[in-house]
Write a protein that binds this ligand. Structure first.
Ligand SMILES: [Zn+2]
Length: 142
């Protein structure tokens, strides 16, 4: 069975585990070399997502604990400061991607919420002004 280096395309001897030219690890003959990455990218990968408590190596993958999560939520609830932190974190928090995702989600929620509030305020003020207008100029309607 012929094995070619994935990186430089050199034909590798069957017993080689590392490419002698560029040092790239040779694909294992037992595993299908093309199907595996396609399958992994297409599948939703349920075992890799989410916290795994059985292995201690998975612990540092979630640096943002429950305290940090709720702390961020409390911070986001502060009217102006929360918005500023949301903006900063959603753009430039590369240290904690979980906090960036949280900030982005809350930023979107805040934008939608304030847009709805603005529309509601506009509709309400339009109704109230028209009611006031009619009360002044057409008092016989009431
Ligand atoms: Zn190579």
């Amino acid at each position: 069975m012929l094995i070619f280096c994935k990186h430089c395309g050199l034909l590798l001897p069957a017993h080689e585990t590392v490419c002698p030219r560029c040092g790239t690890p040779a694909p294992r003959p037992s595993a299908p070399p093309v199907r595996t990455p396609l399958y992994e990218s297409a599948a939703p990968q349920p075992p890799k997502e989410g916290p795994r408590y059985d292995s201690p190596a998975a612990e540092p993958r979630s640096p943002m604990g429950l305290a940090g999560y709720f702390g961020s939520l409390i911070l986001f609830a502060i009217p102006l400061v929360g918005l500023i932190f949301m903006l900063i974190w959603s753009i430039s928090d590369r240290v904690r991607p979980e906090r960036r995702r949280l900030a982005q989600a809350y930023l979107i929620r805040t934008v939608i919420f304030s847009a709805l509030l603005l529309v509601a305020a506009l509709v309400f003020s339009a109704i109230m002004s028209s009611v006031a207008y009619r009360m002044v100029y057409y008092p016989y309607y009431f």
